[in-house]
Design a protein around this ligand. Structure first.
Ligand code: PRX
Length: 712
């Protein structure tokens, strides 16, 4: 079940039973809330905002759908204009801007050259403070993208439609490589730089990439990391899945040095520095691509072990991120914008690369962690570079607040707009962000969306709607959400009752499909609330987002967290099955179950329960092996807070592990009725063991949360 809203009478029935065997979801361990105060948009912001027309919601209302989205398409430059805004004849597979031809790199670069050629596209800030910031103008970026595209086409033989896996840190080479691919119509699949080689290899195999792009090393948290060494594991893990990577292209963090301890592999690895020699000034014409051609794949965790390659289309995606960056981030060419998200996640793709570049903005690109070498770093950078739009996650906000609550006050900050994204933000953290970072003069947008959705779906319209701490806001113009209960009934709008957040209509940023698996796409996102599988009407195909939410009377949505087997760690999605599969690579482990635990800084952290094979006795070395396996298979981001050895797992009669019960124990919540389990007696044993072993979760849930774990 989901938590109840503040207005739900205590004895009213829960909104619906949760699915059998599904973990006690994130939504169920959501923090308690009350109705928060509202803050009007600062007048100085309103006076200059991009979106001030209050009729926008009406203009994008259902009677005007889908033609209203034509305005988004108008923001782009087309080689051939579209014939039809939306082809919805085969739901849930939608085609936007049908008949249109365009190139994403030309839209992000070429069309800006005449007016903004000498303006920085990126201000690259290396993590070491001793290294200077470098500006990369639109002209320079255009030149580098062309030269790189020439290498990809001529030396590597890549053509439109081919896939390339990019495993790079946060340096200019990452957007350069992405745009070089886009220029050729090559589909890029960027894997977060912090992911392990194994994780990158599995994704490369799924996408069918024969080319991997990597870098020798980079700086993170004061250390120089050897990144190139991961490539061998990537190639090997792709090979195990039947995919040959024949070419590894290596950028160098410092052009005159090779930082990695592992030397290039002859015949396979090639240094960009060598390939680019003699290519100065080379131009590669942008390839006009059909609007629905895939621009990129972005893998995200799902409920099964296999990550899903979310396939985003060139026209719809680019139009959607350009329009939403303009309206919600209030971005324009004269701004200096800083998005702290890594480009390896969707936020970086949409709101650090494609959205800002489509609008000819200037963006800060920062290599390292925000708190290095201290929590004043972001404010020093923002002051020095004159950043006026700032975009980050609740995890970063919580960390910066904890380590340096007074640090923003020591700098001349002049933010007009600030964004938070990725997880629910506690009202306390929100207020610090608004008051101490924004000085009450900046508007704060809390944007809710997902890898699958391409761009923002819910947020306040910054000049039009008041802000409410902890709530994302109403839906964006043209987005029609609905909250459903488990039985497929709509929860009335504004009822303050928890349920599953869905979007009734398609929109241009929605992914086209899961790479290579359209059936899975249909099943995961659309089957749950589809009553007429044969229907060709989009109204029968609501998009199931997998998040619990409540809508209050003012129309604002409050996101409660995931309702499926996905754990949102510090704003990053990790699949429970993926973590469990990693544990099972340790030979001593018989079964593994991972659960989300509330954490003061990171929102949620994974905690592991494992049983051992017969005859094996628990010992610290096995725990270390489990942690190492998770780090090797996925990356440090998935590192569990604790590994708990148990004699048996709580199971249903059909043998399914009840993560819900384990999650309740880890979060010191009531486990509720366990009499239907096959082995109810283990619950008490595990609880006693966990209680004895640790002081409980980092943030003890308040009393009113204790009911949340009580029913199935
Ligand atoms: O649970 C929601 C949470 O992040 C999930 C999407 O994760 P990902 O695909 O990695 O994209 C992250 C960046 C868009 C959602 O299902 N989430 C995202 N934004 C918010 C949020 N939870 C609460 N408030 C938000 N603003």
């Amino acid at each position: 079940m989901l938590p109840r809203g503040p207005d739900t009478p205590p004895n009213s029935p829960p909104p619906g039973p949760s699915e059998d065997g599904v973990a006690l979801s994130e939504a169920e361990i959501a923090v308690h809330w009350r109705e928060e105060e509202r803050y009007p948009p600062p007048p100085a912001f309103v006076a200059q905002a991009n979106l001030t027309d209050p009729t926008v919601t009406e203009r994008f209302s259902e009677p005007h759908f889908p033609e209203c989205f034509g305005a988004f398409g108008e923001l782009l430059t087309w080689d051939r204009r579209w014939r039809q805004v939306l082809d919805a004849s085969n739901p849930p597979f939608y085609r936007w801007f049908v008949g249109g031809l365009l190139n994403a790199s030309a839209n992000c670069l070429d069309r800006h050259l005449a007016k903004f050629g000498s303006k920085p596209a990126f201000l690259f800030v290396p993590e070491p403070e001793s290294e200077p910031t470098t500006a990369l103008t639109y002209e320079e970026l255009h030149a580098r993208v062309n030269e790189t595209a020439s290498v990809l086409r001529t030396d590597v033989g890549l053509r439109a439609g081919d896939r390339v896996t990019i495993h790079l840190p946060m340096t200019p080479e990452l957007p350069v490589t992405m745009l070089a691919c886009a220029r050729l119509g090559v589909v890029h699949s960027v894997v977060f730089g912090g992911f392990s080689g194994e994780a990158a290899g599995r994704r490369a195999a799924d996408s069918g990439s024969r080319v991997l792009v990597t870098m020798d090393g980079y700086y993170r948290n004061g250390r120089l990391l050897d990144h190139r060494s991961l490539a061998d594991a990537t190639v090997e893990s792709a090979r195990r899945e039947g995919q040959t990577i024949d070419t590894v292209l290596v950028w160098q963090r410092h052009p005159d040095r090779y930082l990695s301890a592992s030397p290039p592999v002859p015949g396979r690895d090639r240094l960009f520095a060598d390939l680019l020699r003699g290519r100065r000034g080379t131009r590669v014409p942008p390839v006009p691509m059909p609007a629905e051609a895939p621009l990129f794949l972005m893998y995200t965790s799902g409920t099964t072990g296999r990550p899903k390659g979310c396939q985003h289309a060139t026209g719809g995606y680019l139009a959607y991120v350009a329009a939403t960056a303009r309206w919600i981030l209030d971005l324009r060419p004269s701004d200096v914008y800083w998005c702290l998200a890594d480009i390896g996640w969707i936020t970086g793709h949409s709101y650090l690369v494609y959205g800002p570049l489509a609008l000819a903005a200037t963006s800060v690109l920062y290599e390292g962690v925000p708190t290095f070498p201290d929590a004043g770093r972001p404010w020093r950078i923002a002051e020095r570079l004159g950043v006026n739009i700032f975009h980050t996650s609740p995890t970063a906000i919580r960390q910066l607040r904890r380590l340096g609550p007074e640090a923003p006050a020591q700098h001349r900050l002049r933010f007009k707009a600030m964004t938070t994204v990725g997880e629910p933000i506690e009202p306390e953290a929100w207020r610090w962000y608004y008051t101490s970072v924004g000085r009450g003069a900046a508007v704060v947008t809390d944007t809710w969306w997902q890898t699958e959705t391409g761009g923002f779906l819910c947020s306040t319209k910054p000049a039009l709607d008041p802000m409410k701490p902890g709530s994302t806001g109403p839906a964006l113009p043209g987005i029609y959400p609905v909250i459903m209960d488990e039985n497929g009934r709509e929860i009335p709008a504004g009822a303050n009752r928890a349920g599953n957040l869905c979007i009734r209509n398609p929109w241009p940023g929605l992914m086209s499909t899961i790479w290579g698996d359209p059936e899975r796409f249909k099943r995961i996102y659309f089957e749950k609330y589809n009553r007429r599988p044969e229907s060709k009407d989009w109204r029968d195909w609501p998009y199931f987002a997998g998040d619990g939410a409540v809508q209050s009377a003012d129309g604002y949505y409050r996101i409660l967290g995931r309702v499926d087997d996905v754990i949102n760690v510090a704003g990053h999605r990790l699949g429970a099955k993926e973590i469990e599969s990693a544990c099972l690579t340790v030979p001593e482990i018989a079964e593994a179950a991972v659960v989300p635990v509330a954490d003061e800084l990171r929102g949620r952290v994974p905690e592991l329960y494992v049983t051992l094979r017969p005859g094996i006795v628990a010992r610290p070395e096995i725990e270390r092996k489990v942690v190492r396996a998770v780090e090797t298979e996925i990356g440090k981001i998935a590192r569990p807070r604790a590994v708990r050895f148990v004699s048996d797992m709580p199971k249903t009669r059909s043998g399914k592990i009840m993560r819900r019960v384990l999650a309740a124990i880890s979060n010191t919540l009531e486990v509720g009725d366990v009499s239907t389990l096959a082995n109810p007696e283990v619950v008490e044993q595990i609880r006693a063991q966990v209680r004895g072993a640790s002081p409980g979760p980092a943030r003890p849930p308040p009393d009113d949360l204790r009911e949340f774990g009580t029913t199935e």
